[in-house]
Design a protein around this ligand. Structure first.
Ligand code: NAD
Length: 475
């Protein structure tokens, strides 16, 4: 699969103004995959200008026409899904099956929002006095800057582009510098599907900070939609404040996985493996902290250790491998440091914990007797590490689950009625009850507390790119 290696501005693929490029690596062996154009600040502002020029034409394009272009993107991505997955594997390192799952999930956002594009509603009300008519329209919010991370390089981009375009907004996409090829491919698919020049633009400034700041200070920009770490999200909220740019934030998670007394251990282990190992653990939704009732902790640990031990690790390009590489040696070292620190804090290593010499790999690892409050329980691990803490009392488990600045997702296994009652007491934007995966284009995805602001996907997702306008009519 050949993906463009350039910037896409005003309908043209072009190199950076100063010709500078940066290297994209294959994390499985560190080899060079491509040299991608490094956008200058002027390139980024040119992209915003192009989006601003294209805005009114796109905003007034009949919704049916916008919808059909999005539907064509779904069709192309679906037909090319295997090559698309190969590209994701090459620059992200994940296992092929994970990449194939992401390719389908990414395509689904085009289909979902193709359907939402023709259902943008409004409202008609009467004032309490009975003599005033209130009409509420929903208009596109305007030029939108979309910033995405490396862990789901396809789906995080389509989850933003599709609703923005469905709403009638023009966009500038800035993907992570580790994974620009997947984003460039998605943009090329949009071009092939007939998106007019300037409606979608792609820039890749390295470093990102100054150029993104310049874009957020461009008077035409009215929306920032960011997915990434809470740390960078906070920085960008401050940048967006200067021009009061509407901001949606999909930030970090620290998901608890609670196994209640009486839970079916086989089902809990099966769900835990999905919740932990999807995307090799590099997911904001990854189960991070396993709180298992005392009565089940021994059995749960033994079974999950066997399951983790059975996972084959190696380059994602070999389709039989279930666990690929992390995105970079730096990410691998971060995971290794968290594990070493947990062991120094008194945790026991039941499996794994050794860093292989070649590639950005980290093996399936199980830690038991983890102390609640140790660093590994406070920040995202973003790797294939199961950290188990036992509990005696359900209230204590809920308190530990809520003892975090994050509130993205939680998992609860147990008797359905009890698990539902616990789910209601956990402070998170999403709770999975007796399920290991929740992501669904039809569901509102997002977090509470410092996991974010706003929701993506579902009928709520398009609202992030629409603004209400009230027109009062004298009757
Ligand atoms: P990151 O915050 O380092 O980077 C995200 C994006 O922001 C990248 O495009 C990066 O180039 C850009 N960026 C970095 N510094 C910037 C700056 N100073 N100014 C402007 N842009 C900047 O995150 P990451 O390491 O790429 O991704 C992993 C993080 O993303 C994790 O915290 C994960 O939980 C989170 N994530 C959240 C969701 C969600 O839906 N809540 C989904 C996927 C990933």
């Amino acid at each position: 699969m050949i993906s463009p290696h350039d910037l896409f501005i005003d309908g043209q693929w072009r190199p950076a103004a100063d010709g500078r490029r940066f290297v994209v690596h294959d994390p499985a062996d560190g080899s060079e995959l491509a040299q991608f154009a490094a956008a200058t600040e002027a390139d980024c502002l040119a992209a915003v200008d192009a989006a601003a020029d294209a805005l009114s034409g796109w905003a007034t394009t009949p919704p049916r026409q916008r919808s059909e272009i999005l539907r064509t993107c779904f069709d192309i991505l679906t037909a090319e899904r295997e090559q698309f997955a190969g590209l994701i594997v090459a620059e992200n390192g994940k296992a092929y099956a994970d990449a194939l799952g992401e390719a389908s999930y990414a395509a689904e956002f085009f289909r979902w929002f193709a359907e939402e594009a023709v259902r943008i509603g409004g409202d008609f009300r009467l004032s309490p006095s009975g003599d005033k008519t209130i009409v509420v329209r929903r208009d596109p919010i305007g030029v939108s800057v979309l910033i995405t991370p490396w862990n789901f390089p396809a789906a995080m981009a389509t989850r933003k582009i599709a609703p923005a375009l469905a709403a009638g907004c023009s966009v500038v996409l800035k993907p992570a510098s580790q994974t620009p090829l997947t984003a460039a491919y998605v943009v090329e698919v949009l071009r092939r599907a007939g998106v007019p020049a300037g409606v979608v633009n792609l820039v890749t400034p390295v470093p990102a900070g100054p150029a993104v700041s310049a874009m957020l200070h461009h008077p035409a920009v009215r929306k920032l939609s960011f997915t990434g770490s809470t740390e960078v999200g906070r920085l960008l909220l401050r940048e967006a404040a200067d021009q009061v740019v509407s901001s949606s934030m999909e930030l970090g998670g620290n998901a608890p996985f609670v196994v209640l007394p009486g839970a079916d251990v086989d089902a809990a282990v099966e769900g835990a493996m999905v919740a932990k190992m999807r995307n090799g653990g590099s997911a904001c939704t990854a189960a991070n902290r396993f709180y298992v009732h005392d009565s089940l902790v021994e059995e749960f640990t033994a079974r999950i250790t066997v399951a983790m031990k059975g996972i084959t690790m190696g380059p994602g390009a070999d389709r039989s491998n279930e666990l690929g590489a992390l995105v970079s040696p730096e990410e691998r070292d971060k995971v290794a440091r968290l594990v070493d620190q947990a062991v120094a804090d008194g945790a026991t290593l039941a499996l794994g914990g050794e860093t292989p010499e070649v590639g950005a790999f980290y093996p399936p690892t199980v830690l038991t007797d983890v102390r609640h409050g140790s660093e590994i329980n406070q920040i995202e691990i973003f790797g294939p590490v199961t950290a188990i803490v036992s509990f005696n009392d359900v209230d204590e488990a809920i308190a530990m689950a809520n003892d975090t600045i994050y509130g993205l997702i939680a998992y609860v296994y147990g008797d359905p009625a009890q698990a539902l009652a616990v789910a209601q007491r956990i402070d998170a934007g999403m709770v999975a009850v007796n399920r290991g995966v929740l992501s669904d284009p039809a569901a509102p995805f997002g977090g509470t507390k410092q996991s974010g602001l706003g929701r993506e996907g579902s009928s709520e997702g398009i609202l992030e790119f629409l603004e209400e306008k009230y027109i009062g009519i004298e009757v």
